[in-house]
Design a protein around this ligand. Structure first.
Ligand code: SIN
Length: 549
């Protein structure tokens, strides 16, 4: 079957906060934009975000709060691995990005004199704006989709491969790697909703595909979060960083043994309103663990819960929110999820346990969203922009999507303003065969990662998990959504295991039981590349080496 063809200046893969923001901005800057998304337009992670957007608004912040304090909290949570300059500039751009979002129609919960502010783990001030109580992501998604009006969005279209063009050239010395790659991204290979192959030619490809929570058996992420964008980037030769840092959210509703797939989140804002974690005997979990107690950064709280569960053998701890009288109206989403399992948070402690939530690492980008492959950009959870380091501060991610989406659009527009001939497609052009990748069964990957690479990893478990995945690999042509997702999950499982095995210390959300201490010699990024022969290799890089090639 001959592939259908389309042309754009910028093809955006993903229709969450980062992708739609970039698409809107680029369209306003005069670019021909095409958004490609594999599911319904609102099916990604954005709409599930509860707590809110962390931002210090110029005209409505807690007295004494400042962007400088937001920066300090972000760096403190990040375990020494955030890029201070990226943190400072992204957070400084936050108020303007939120103002733009409000101009585009997003409505946040009001309070006398401004917007209502809440607090979450790791924040030393009330600085999280929210919508619909605990439905912030849904409002952001709604507003951006409504604003996107004229921007073409191809829903149910699956990106299979980044097309590369230009001559093959040696890349030596780039972060210590020597390999060859084609000189630039020139488009993307797509399957449409009927499974018909297509090619979108574009001199700029923006990955905004979200994270890879579905790597684990239990996650807050929707089914779409299979790491497709990271896999596309790795196969295109891009450098990734810090993939070992998978954040587990501490308070995910415990719905019974063996729960799989997406589980309901219980937002940290519930603790911001005074709820506390207790075990089955009513003993506080966070007392004496951290000065911020129940509002400690997320990695600290999740690890403390994991230790308490391991010690007691219990499947869950409890969030006591019985002091929050207006729970049903302030947290309607959480209230409904609790009601569905017969729990009334006004009277009953909420059973919770940690689950995979956020990928702190990702495709390495510079502060404008450029990856190490010319023409390929990344924004949002798929990217490693330097904001999160070893542990993301709560509610910094929607903000990052807004800011980095805008920046990526601006840099693409600036770069396309000059002469930029599109070289012919080198690989996977029209008529060439579909890629065949080594793929392990998804269920096996998820179970393996859950026992081998969750909170409290060790060298033996990581090695056994790698062996289990390697021995399950079978070559599979990637011709449908399940194939693309399974191939992505397999590659990312291998990458996370390699990265986690290499970092022989504990830092942020990378908790190793065999190396429980933080080791200063590891205060550096782990850069990971997939070489042309498929080998995954990790190299350290100093934090001062900011930005991409
Ligand atoms: C939450 O509401 O607890 C999640 C917010 C986030 O992940 O930033």
């Amino acid at each position: 079957m001959n592939p259908w063809q389309a042309d754009a200046d910028l093809v955006v893969i993903g229709s969450g906060v980062a992708g739609l923001t970039a698409a809107l901005e680029a369209s306003e800057l005069g670019l021909r934009v095409l958004v490609v998304t594999k599911d319904a337009r609102d099916a990604g992670s954005t709409r599930w975000a509860q707590g809110g957007i962390a931002v210090v608004l110029e005209d409505g912040h807690e007295p004494g709060d400042s962007v400088r304090k937001h920066v300090a909290d972000t760096l403190a949570a990040a375990g020494g691995l955030a890029d201070p300059e990226s943190v400072a500039t992204i957070l400084a751009d936050g108020p303007a990005a939120v103002a733009q979002l409000r101009r585009r129609g997003a409505v946040f919960d009001p309070a006398p004199g401004g917007l209502a502010l809440t607090r979450e783990g790791g924040h030393t001030a009330f600085r999280v704006v929210h919508a619909g109580g605990d439905a912030t992501g849904a409002e952001v998604q709604r507003a951006l989709l409504a604003a996107a009006g004229e921007v073409p969005i191809l829903a149910e279209h699956l990106a299979v491969q980044v097309l590369l063009g230009g001559g093959e050239q040696p890349v030596s010395g780039e972060y210590g790697y020597s390999h060859t790659r084609h000189s630039q991204a020139v488009g993307v290979r797509v399957l449409d909703e009927r499974g018909h192959p297509g090619i979108v030619h574009a001199p700029a490809v923006l990955l905004a595909t979200g994270g890879y929570g579905q790597l684990f058996a239990s996650t807050t992420n929707p089914d779409t979060a299979t790491g497709d964008g990271l896999a596309l980037a790795l196969r295109a030769g891009a450098v990734a960083a810090d993939l070992e840092f998978v954040q587990f959210h501490p308070t995910v509703l415990y719905t019974g043994p063996g729960a799989r797939g997406r589980r309901p989140l219980v937002t940290e804002a519930v603790r911001g309103h005074g709820a506390v974690l207790v075990d089955g005997a009513g003993r506080r979990v966070m007392t004496g663990v951290h000065p911020l107690a129940d509002l400690a950064p997320r990695d600290v709280v999740s690890a403390a819960i994991a230790r308490r569960l391991a010690a007691s053998g219990a499947p869950c701890v409890y969030l006591d929110a019985t002091g929050i009288a207006d729970f049903p109206t302030r947290f309607p989403t959480v209230h409904a999820a609790c009601a569905a399992i017969g729990v009334d948070p006004v009277r009953d402690p909420i059973p919770v346990s940690p689950a995979a939530h956020y990928s702190c690492g990702g495709v390495l980008t510079d502060p404008a969203g450029r990856t190490t492959v010319p023409g390929l950009y990344a924004a949002g959870e798929v990217a490693r922009s330097g904001l999160h380091g070893a542990n993301r501060l709560a509610s910094n991610s929607l903000l990052e999507g807004l800011v980095m989406g805008r920046r990526a659009a601006s840099v693409v527009a600036a770069e396309l303003a000059g002469p930029r001939p599109l070289p012919p497609v080198h690989r996977a052009g029209p008529g060439s065969g579909w890629p065949v990748f080594p793929v392990a069964d998804r269920d096996l990957v998820q179970r393996t990662m859950s026992w081998g690479a969750a909170i409290g990893r060790d060298g033996a478990g990581l090695a056994a998990a790698s062996d289990a995945i390697e021995s399950a690999l079978l070559p599979r042509p990637v011709i449908d959504r399940a194939g693309v997702e399974d191939a992505a999950l397999t590659l990312i499982a291998q990458a996370v295991l390699v990265a986690a095995g290499t970092r022989t210390e504990s830092r942020g959300c990378h908790v190793r039981t065999d190396f429980p201490e933080t080791d200063d010699t590891y205060q550096r990024r782990s850069l990971l590349v997939r070489l042309v022969d498929g080998e995954l290799t990790v190299r350290p890089a100093e934090l001062t080496q900011v930005g991409a090639a």
